[in-house]
Every structure is written in structure tokens, then in C-alpha cells.
Design a protein around this ligand. Structure first.
Ligand code: NDP
Length: 825
């Protein structure tokens, strides 16, 4: 036996295993075989698949594979439970959520051990992090249920929601999905990952025990095909997904044009940035939590360590020393730092990527000790000499593998951090709060932790930028994902297409076009006048109108369309009222470039400045209000009064967003640390927008104004039928101090141009207001870079301030970044 002195020297731990007795008895009670939980009851087991404990490679249960019929039954159960659940008083739903939180706490030990056995993660994490956060999530959302009517007035549950979750935080992801959905009054079909279904089944039992009404929560197990059946089910109103970007993209495409609301929480390759004044010992512990937490199988893992050159060598030496002391072993051992990798296939993927890193020339280092040979274990791994372009620096490894790169200046650190298509999270380590808060907004990520990492709480939203997905989970911002404006269910049918959409074809009378000498196409009505006119006979009435080539508006200037094509614009009764230029792919490309060039400066302009410019636009529009009203009446034959009304409403709308520009504040979330989580509303970046076909001026201003008020730059495709109010608007913009590139206007074939914008990888969001087919096209084409879309075919009353302006528009124009700043010594 070792003496105390020897133990003190070696600091060896003895084994401290957590008992699995309770889990074995729970599994035994179910004879280790599970059906689905549908309509408040367990289904008979069907075709079964094995569930393995990755630490032992032994099968611990068998679970039914969900068929299409199972999904149909679950959706039907959720649909029939919806009216009563949605109709419950908020306080009643709050009571159920509160009971779920209590139920989770009561069974916390069972859940923690079951999670460790199912997933392979260490009991320290399931017991101290996952399960407490699950309970916290239900408590927090019991609060939102209680406050629903006052805090989300005018909004209601979306309906039946399908939720698909991954294997890395099985129970926590369930809570992140189920709690807000229930609080808002939705009913649910949830599919756990095939590797880790057990805690969801245990949770179903807890929900049953506390009396959640039948059909409100349905759990259907299965593989990807079961998930796909949920996604494609016509009676599901919203899909919430967490998992790989690859599957996220498939889901984006599968739901395109269906009207289903979608939130996606996808992969990441998050930077962990260390400046030379950071406390390196804290940094080392931070790295342990960033990349070796949950064996690195964390979507927001700090997997890219970016270190300022001067301290890199010292930090790497400290890290190696720390890694030498990490302990990998049985997940149920309380003294273990890292458990098992979830499954052999994931272990193989990690091995392959590490091998690739070595063969691409990076230096790999692992501690001297060996992992257990039974089960799926992989040691903590550190790469140095990594090029930013190498595979291991770009691809999400989803394992305990850290890659290190260096930088010299803060500017370089930002460039390196943002050198990824992802944008989920980032950690910033420096003793200078000024530097930290200067860098945080520059990083493209939904969550930024200052001198900390992997902090989560129900009160603070979590979610990505760019290809890490869209939507937030947690906090007030997460609740919006499960709500819709009253009476405006996103899938309300039968409202028809918007006015004007059906007559687009006849308005573009291409047969009356003829080629000009330069290859441009001019309308045949602009025939050259006879050249016999002598100068003495010139009188203004006999002269042809001065030929005004219709132009686009790009980079603050009127620009000829690339191909010189124009389209003749007719009024509804068939009168030619003018021409508008026909933009093409190249014009869009130029507009996107201009919008990008302007984006940085405009995003940094103060709210006050942006507001001033919006007021100035309003002022100049008012000065020419009569002209605009005449133009609208001429184009649409809507009558003088209505045209004037539209111009007046446009001026008022500009005032609304001039007012909002310095008032759409973020908030400070109350999170349970000594610190704050600052939720900032950040602009999305470059937004492409296809405007409604009706209300050609007001519709356009209703979209552009909130976007620019919040710091975005825009490429605008005006109404295809009535674009002349937009082309007249150039001169208003030119005299209103709008910086070049903030608003770019490209007229022409609305759907064709919208598709080019939606496919463009440098456009960060796409808005489309028009026909349903256009909505589908926009959502499909936007899957390429997972851009945020706001696409709708429902008619809106643009004249009504409730329908046509406000927070709904501001939310679409922004994304929330949560910056966690701990304080104290
Ligand atoms: P997936 O994205 O494939 O799985 C996530 C969930 O989606 C699972 O429940 C899965 O079911 C389900 N699913 C799979 N295909 C479809 C489909 N076509 N339609 C609907 N649902 C579907 O992730 P994996 O588990 O396969 O892991 C692969 C990689 O993804 C990892 O190596 C990692 O890089 C990344 N990943 C990222 C996560 C994150 O949080 N960002 C989480 C998990 C993985 P089933 O499990 O039964 O196949």
C-alpha cells in the first residue's frame, strides 16, 4: 500500500466509480427494449437497433426504428393535442414546465448515469453540467410560459414542431428544444440521435409521470430516414435541428417553399484567441474546457488555438505539461477528465483526420500514456505547424484534437479567426477589457466568451452566424423561434399570391424590343425622329423627349445595365408609362461588391448617424412627394388619393426607422456566473431583397429602411411590374448623404435576379416577398452558404403600421451575439 508521502508526491487518484445499479434496474424494467412514445403511450417495439455503451462496446438496450407510419402517428397525436395545449392558460403551461424541471432534478442521478453509459461522456460532466442545465432550462422556460401574454403579446404558438437532435448532448439538446417549444404552446415530435436515444426515453417517462397531456410530447427513435420523414411531413409547421452543416443543408432544401419555420444549429470550428497579455495558466485550463470537454465532441469546441507569436512557445509547453496529466478512462469514474468517443465510426473519423493532418505536414503531439484498449477512446491531441488552409484547420473534427496557429497583431487575429465558413462561437483571452470588447464584435460568431469558454445558460441565446446555422436557442431571443404573429401561421393557406404577380408576364412585352447598333435593345416606340427637322422649326412640343437611359443604382451612382436591355413598363390598362433597365448576373455581382465595400463602415456608423440619414431621405422624399404620387398613380392607376397615401406612409416609415436606429438596443442577460452576458443586436451584413410587387415605393422602403437602420447594406430588386418609383428614388438617395454601396438597386426580372442573389456566397441574407414559387426558389438557392432567409408569399397590409413595420422587421435584419464577460479577481 502506498504511504501518504508517496501519494502526495505522485498525486495518483484511486478509482471512484459511480454506481450503475439504478440504470440497470431502469433498463431491466423495460426489458432493455423500447418502442416509441406516441400519444402518451409506449408503442409495441418494432424493428430494433442496438444501443451501445461506447466505453465497453457492449449493447445496453435495443430501440425501435421509427417508420413513416410511426412518424404519421406521432404527428397526428401532436396535431390533436395542439388546440388544448395551445389554449391552456400560460400559468397552466408554466406549471407543467416547472413540474418537468422538478422531475429532472428528482431523477438527476439516473439521468446522469444513463447519459454517461449511452454517450460515453464523463459522469462529472453529465452530473455537474448537463443535467443541472437541463433542469435550469425547464425552470427558465416555465418563466417564459408564465409571461407569454405580456412579453410576447400578439404572438402565438406555431403549431406542431419537429425536432431533431444529435448525440453529443442528448438530454441537453432535448431540453433546449422542448422547453421553449412547450412554453410557447407548441406540440412536439422529437427524434433523438440513433447512438443516444436512452435519456430521451427516460425523459418521456418523467413527462408521463408528471401528467403532460397525451400527444404534447412524442418521441420517435430512428436513423436519418426517420428524421427526414419528420422534416418532410406536410403537417409539421416548424423544424428545429441541431447537427452537421451537411444535414442542415439537406433540411434547408427539403423545407424550401413549404412555409415551415426553420432553425438550424450546425457545426463550427471555433477560434480560441490568446493575446500576449493573457494569464497563460488560466488559458491552459480554458483550453482543457474548450477542446477536451466532452472529448471535443462539442459544436462550439474551441478547436483552433490562435496564439500571439510572443507567447506561443511558452503556452504550447504549458499545454503539453497539462495534457500529460489529463486522465482518459471509464466515464463513470468521477476522477476521469475524458470519457469515450460516442461510436466506432466517429473514432475512425477522428483517426483519419489526424492522419491527414500529419500527412499534410503538421506536427502532431499526444501524451505519453496510453488510452484503455477496450471501448472507443482517443487521447487528447495537439497539432502545431498548422497552415490556415490545411484540412485540420478547416474541417470540424469533432474530437479531442486541437490545432494551433500564431498571429502577430490583433487585426491578424481577427482575420485568422474569421477564416472559416462557420461562425458559432469564439473565446478571447486577454487581460485588457478594451481589447476584448474591441475584438468581440469583429468576430463572426453567435457567442463570444471573454476569458472563459463553453459557458451556457437558459437565459442567454446560443446559435450561429454563417454556415453554423440560424436562429437562437435560449433566452428571449430563443422564444421567437417558436412563435408566430397571431393569425399569421407561416403556413396559412389560401391567401393567394400577391397582387400584381399574375400579370408580370404581360407587363414585360419582349416582342416589342429591337436591337440597336451597340447591341443594346431599345423599345421600338423610341424610333429615331425624322432628320428633316431644320433648326429653325424646333419647338419643344415637336421635339422627341430627351432620351433618358434608364439605369441601375450601384455604389452610389447610376449605372448602365451590363447588357443595356430595358423593359417597357405598362399601366394595368396597357399604357406605356416608361422603361426600366434589365439587370443581369453581372450587375448583381457589381452590386454585391459595392454592398460589401460599404458594409464595414456602415455597420460601425453610430445609430444616431444612421437615423439622421433615414430622416434626410424622408425629407427629400417629402420635397418630391407630388412627383412620386403622380408616378405611382400613372404606373398602377390606383388613384391620386391612394398614391398620395402611399407616399405619405413611406415618409412615415422612414421616420419610424430613423427613430429605431438608435433604439434597437440589445440587453444584458442575467446568467448565473459572476459576470454578464451582453446580448448585442448585430447587423447580418449584406442583405439581398426582392420587394413586394404591390406598393412599389412603400413596399421597398419598408424593407430597406429597417435593414439599413440596423447597419446592413442592401441589394434591392424592386417590384418587377412597377419599378419606376424605385428608379425615381435614386435621385432622393443621391441627395440624402447615403454612403455609396449602402443601398444598391437592380431592376429587372425579379425571380431571376433573386435567384442570383440567393446563390451568391457573399450575400448573407435573402428576403423575398412575392409568389410562393419564388419563396421556394429563394430558400432552395440560399442553402449554398446557409444564408438567412425571410421569404413569404402572404399578403401584408403595408399601409398598416402593425403589419408593415416594427420589431418583426428589425429582428429579421439582425442576429444576436452573446458576449460573456466574467468579472472578479
Ligand atoms: P448528423 O447531422 O448526421 O445527425 C444529427 C441528427 O440528424 C441525428 O439525429 C440524425 O439521425 C439526424 N439526421 C441525419 N440525416 C438526416 C436527414 N436527412 N434528415 C433529418 N434528420 C437527419 O450528425 P452525425 O451524428 O452523423 O455526425 C456527423 C458529424 O456532424 C460529426 O462528426 C460532427 O462533425 C457533426 N455534428 C455536429 C453537431 C453539432 O452540434 N453541431 C452535433 C453532431 C454532429 P441519426 O443520428 O439517427 O443518423
Amino acid at each position: 500500500m502506498s504511504s501518504v508521502a508517496e501519494i502526495f508526491n505522485t498525486m495518483e487518484y484511486g478509482p471512484a466509480p459511480e454506481s450503475e445499479k439504478e440504470v440497470l434496474s431502469w433498463l431491466g424494467k423495460h426489458e432493455r427494449v423500447f418502442g416509441h412514445y406516441i400519444g402518451g403511450a409506449w408503442t409495441e417495439p418494432g424493428q430494433l437497433f442496438d444501443v451501445m455503451n461506447p466505453a465497453t462496446s457492449k449493447t445496453i438496450a435495443r430501440v425501435s426504428e421509427g417508420t413513416k407510419a410511426d412518424v404519421d402517428a406521432a404527428v397526428a397525436a401532436a396535431r390533436s393535442a395542439l388546440p388544448d395545449w395551445k389554449g391552456l392558460a400560460p400559468h397552466a403551461r408554466a406549471r407543467f414546465l416547472y413540474a418537468l424541471a422538478r422531475g429532472v432534478q428528482k431523477h438527476s442521478r439516473l439521468l446522469a448515469v444513463l447519459e454517461s453509459m449511452d454517450n460515453g461522456k464523463s459522469i462529472r460532466e453529465t452530473r455537474d453540467i448537463d443535467v443541472p442545465l437541463v433542469a435550469r432550462h425547464f425552470y427558465h422556460h416555465a418563466g417564459w410560459a408564465q409571461l407569454l401574454d405580456s412579453e410576447f403579446a400578439g404572438y402565438e404558438a406555431i403549431g406542431v414542431v419537429g425536432q431533431i437532435i444529435p448525440w453529443n448532448f442528448p438530454l441537453l439538446m432535448l431540453a433546449w428544444k422542448i422547453a421553449p417549444a412547450l412554453a410557447a404552446g407548441n406540440t412536439i415530435i422529437l427524434k433523438p440521435a440513433e447512438f443516444t436515444p436512452l435519456t430521451a426515453l427516460c425523459f418521456a417517462e418523467i413527462a408521463h409521470e408528471i401528467g403532460i397531456p397525451a400527444g404534447v410530447i412524442n418521441i420517435v427513435n430512428g436513423h436519418g430516414e426517420t428524421g427526414a420523414a419528420i422534416v418532410e411531413h406536410p403537417d409539421v409547421d416548424k423544424i428545429a435541428f441541431t447537427g452537421s452543416t451537411e444535414v442542415g443543408r439537406i433540411i434547408r432544401k427539403a423545407t424550401a417553399g413549404s412555409g415551415k419555420k426553420l432553425s438550424l444549429e450546425l457545426g463550427g470550428k471555433s477560434p480560441f484567441i490568446v493575446y500576449d497579455d493573457a494569464d497563460l495558466d488560466s488559458v491552459v485550463e480554458g483550453v482543457v474546457d474548450a477542446i477536451w470537454f466532452n472529448q471535443g465532441q462539442v459544436c462550439c469546441a474551441g478547436s483552433r488555438l490562435l496564439v500571439q507569436e510572443g507567447v506561443a512557445e511558452r503556452l504550447v509547453a504549458k499545454l503539453r505539461a497539462r495534457m500529460e496529466k489529463l486522465r482518459v478512462g471509464s466515464p463513470l469514474d468521477k476522477a476521469v477528465d475524458m470519457g469515450a468517443i460516442v461510436a466506432p465510426v466517429q473514432l475512425e473519423r477522428i483517426r483519419e483526420l489526424v492522419q491527414q493532418g500529419v500527412s499534410e505536414g503538421s506536427t502532431m503531439w499526444q501524451p505519453s500514456w496510453a488510452c484503455p484498449t477496450e471501448g472507443c477512446f482517443y487521447p487528447p491531441t495537439l497539432f502545431t505547424d498548422v497552415q490556415p488552409s490545411s484540412t485540420i484547420a478547416q474541417v470540424e473534427i469533432f474530437g479531442p484534437v486541437l490545432v494551433t496557429m500564431t498571429f502577430r497583431t490583433p487585426e491578424e487575429s481577427v482575420a485568422l479567426a474569421n477564416n472559416t465558413p462557420y461562425g458559432l462561437a469564439a473565446s478571447i483571452w486577454t487581460e485588457s477589457i478594451n481589447l476584448a470588447l474591441d475584438i468581440a464584435p469583429k468576430i463572426k460568431a453567435g457567442v463570444v466568451w471573454v476569458n472563459s469558454t463553453n459557458l451556457f445558460d437558459a437565459a442567454a441565446g446560443f446559435g450561429g452566424y454563417r454556415e453554423s446555422g440560424f436562429g437562437r436557442e435560449g433566452g428571449r431571443e430563443g422564444m421567437w423561434e417558436y412563435l408566430v404573429r397571431q393569425g399569421r401561421g407561416s403556413r396559412v393557406e389560401g391567401r393567394g399570391n400577391v397582387r400584381g404577380a399574375s400579370r408580370r408576364k404581360t407587363a414585360f412585352d419582349s416582342t416589342s424590343m429591337q436591337s440597336s447598333a451597340e447591341g443594346a435593345i431599345l423599345p421600338s416606340t423610341l424610333d429615331p425622329q425624322p432628320s428633316t427637322l431644320s433648326s429653325s422649326s424646333l419647338s419643344s412640343s415637336s421635339l422627341p423627349p430627351v432620351d433618358r437611359t434608364p439605369k441601375l443604382f450601384i455604389a452610389g451612382k447610376q449605372a448602365r445595365p451590363d447588357q443595356g436591355y430595358t423593359r417597357r413598363i405598362h399601366s394595368p390598362s396597357g399604357r406605356v408609362v416608361g422603361e426600366s433597365p434589365e439587370g443581369n448576373r453581372k450587375d448583381i455581382r457589381n452590386a454585391v461588391e459595392a454592398a460589401h465595400a460599404a458594409a464595414k463602415g456602415w455597420a460601425r456608423a453610430t445609430g444616431h448617424n444612421r437615423g439622421q440619414i433615414l430622416y434626410y431621405i424622408a425629407e427629400n422624399l417629402a420635397a418630391r412627394g407630388g412627383d412620386f404620387a403622380r408616378r405611382i398613380d400613372e404606373m398602377t392607376e390606383c388613384g391620386k388619393r391612394r398614391a398620395k397615401h402611399e407616399v405619405d406612409a413611406s415618409i412615415a416609415r422612414l421616420f419610424t426607422y430613423g427613430a429605431w436606429a438608435d433604439k434597437y438596443d440589445g440587453s444584458v442577460h442575467s446568467v448565473p456566473i459572476r459576470g454578464v452576458a451582453i446580448a448585442m443586436n448585430e447587423p447580418i451584413g449584406v442583405i439581398g431583397m426582392a420587394c413586394p410587387d404591390e406598393y412599389s415605393l412603400l413596399g421597398m422602403i419598408s424593407l430597406v429602411a429597417p435593414a439599413i437602420a440596423t447597419g446592413n447594406t442592401t441589394i434591392v430588386i424592386p417590384s418587377a411590374d412597377y419599378p419606376l418609383a424605385a428608379t425615381d428614388f435614386y435621385s432622393v438617395l443621391e441627395t440624402s448623404d447615403v454612403p455609396a454601396g449602402v443601398i444598391n438597386i437592380v431592376t429587372g426580372d425579379k425571380d431571376g435576379l433573386a435567384k442570383v442573389l440567393a446563390e451568391h456566397d457573399d450575400v448573407e441574407a435573402m428576403w423575398y416577398f412575392g409568389a410562393r414559387e419564388g419563396v421556394r426558389m429563394t430558400e432552395l438557392a440560399s442553402a449554398s452558404n446557409m444564408k438567412r432567409t425571410w421569404a413569404t408569399w402572404h399578403e401584408r397590409d403595408w399601409l398598416d403600421a402593425k403589419d408593415g413595420e416594427g420589431r418583426e422587421f428589425l429582428r429579421a435584419a439582425t442576429q444576436v451575439k452573446n458576449i460573456w464577460v466574467p468579472y472578479g479577481e
